[in-house]
Design a protein around this ligand. Structure first.
Ligand code: FEO
Length: 171
């Protein structure tokens, strides 16, 4: 049976994942407004992935008879001025999300809620991937982004990103 405290933390995390989607849509708009359609595409897809995370958590909670409560989603409030501001904010945000996932993971272990521990394993791996992607985007921008041709090449690379459904599937 799902531990109540763990269920509550997961319910809060649903909101955080939707906020992440909102934040990345804000990043996508920032780039779209500046003619960087590739970066915009990358963050639009990222926003879809965040919604997937939220939906997976909702489904997991429902599968375990937890009554999900949806709260208001906060307005994205990151100050974006320079081209690389979303990249830096994105990495910081993912590190924060990792800390939240680890907190739920710890609570699940503490309460011997091993089903949730197993469920969260996928999210732990996913966070590792997301932090790496965010960090790589900063490195590439620092290496190539200050030269117009380099920025164009990076933008083209990010334009090629396509959405794929999460590898975690729940019954
Ligand atoms: Fe849902 Fe970007 O972690």
């Amino acid at each position: 049976m799902l531990n109540k405290k763990v269920g509550d933390l997961l319910n809060i995390q649903v909101n955080k994942e939707f906020y992440s989607a909102y934040l990345y849509l804000d990043f996508a708009n920032f780039y779209k407004n500046r003619g960087l359609d590739g970066y915009a595409n990358w963050y639009q897809i990222q926003a879809k992935e965040e919604m997937d995370h939220a939906l997976l958590m909702i489904q997991y909670l429902q599968n375990n008879d937890y009554e999900v409560v949806l709260e208001a989603i906060e307005k994205p409030d990151k100050k974006l001025e320079n081209f690389d501001d979303p990249l830096k904010e994105g990495l910081e945000h993912e590190r924060y999300v990792t800390s939240l996932i680890h907190e739920i993971y710890g609570a699940a272990q503490e309460n011997k809620d091993y089903r949730t521990v197993k469920f969260l394993d996928w999210f732990v791996d996913e966070q590792g991937e997301e932090e790496k992607n965010a960090s790589d985007m900063i490195t590439k921008y620092q290496l190539f982004g200050h030269d117009p041709k380099g920025l164009y090449a990076l933008d083209s690379e990010y334009k090629a990103r396509v959405y794929s459904a999460p590898s975690l599937v729940l019954d």
